[in-house]
Design a protein around this ligand. Sequence first.
Ligand code: SF4
Length: 382
Amino acid sequence: MPIPPVPLTPGAKAMRGERDAWLAQLDFDRAPFTIAWEVTRACAYACFHCRADAQHRRDPRELTLDEGRALIDDLAGFGTRPILVLTGGDPLMRPDLFDLAAHADAAGLRVSLTPTATALVTRERMATARASGIRRVAFSLDAPTADVHDRFRGFSGSFARTMTGMRAAAAEGLALQVNTTVYADNAASLPDMVPLLQEWGVVQWSVFFLVPTGRGTQLPMLDAAGHERVLRWLHDLTGITGFDIKATAAPHYRRIALQQAAQAAAGDRLDGLMGAGFQYADGLDRPMKGVNDGRGFMFISHTGDVTPSGFLPLVAGNVRERSAVEIYRDAPLFRQLRDPALLTGKCGRCGFKEVCGGSRARAFGVHGDYLAEDPSCAYVPA
Ligand code: SF4
């Protein structure tokens, strides 16, 4: 069965055909689907896997409020209303966060927020978030129990704070997303998370497969067989959980989806599975095509450096010097990442490279070569 869409509001239902058409025609050579902006690197936590190697204090070199507004105006120039994820560090460490969110919403971007679960996530701030145009709030949860999650986050009480934060966000009418980082030691606990996510009414579970970068180099990745096992299990869950499942930094999820669809001889599933094409009442839909580092996705650091993702730390330019739109469209790094013909190793030989292409960030983290094969994939091309 295809993934059932989350029930849409009456107004959104009328838009459905238009949204389908819009999602299908997006050109990732021209515009990303999602932009993550690390508005600050400051964070109270010291999570084991942190990509950002976050610090407790704000960096004086952060983009200022005026620079942030100019950046948002520039991003609106993509003309496709990309999703803007305000991330960190902990974005709530920026007192002007909601000014930036309101500016982005007014500019037509679809805004979501990934706060750290601290005492800053209050009902009042979540109300302000909603009023500023933020549509969804994503919380990190890496285990179904407090002891394991708190150890991973390096902060006792983090699990309880996450629950409090989710309740505050839900009470203010914000859609909820949970992000889970998967690595060798916590993969076995994933099934126990499903009933919790259902109980909390999350709209999306974003399962992030560890990339060895930042502090994440200290954790053990799943091996290729482990990736395959977890991705197959996630795919089997699709459509029966009531929430959408997104595999992040694991584009071979699309290969698995296509293989399983082919096995089931259900050709009508293929379009949706190429990139899910999921639609939400909050408007933060998923595209029909697969998103990958630099192809449908871009990351902007707290100092304005533009990289293909937060986990591929190669700088293609800086927004203080050049338009982010130009960097995305024209920087050689981004153009290479959008050309599957340049891939090497088994990804280069693979029949799925157009829809998958492997995690370019993991290829870089493991091989030091962003065009090399993704070592987390068990598939052996003919
Ligand atoms: S070999 Fe590479 S392109 Fe092919 S499915 Fe695996 S990760 Fe994707």
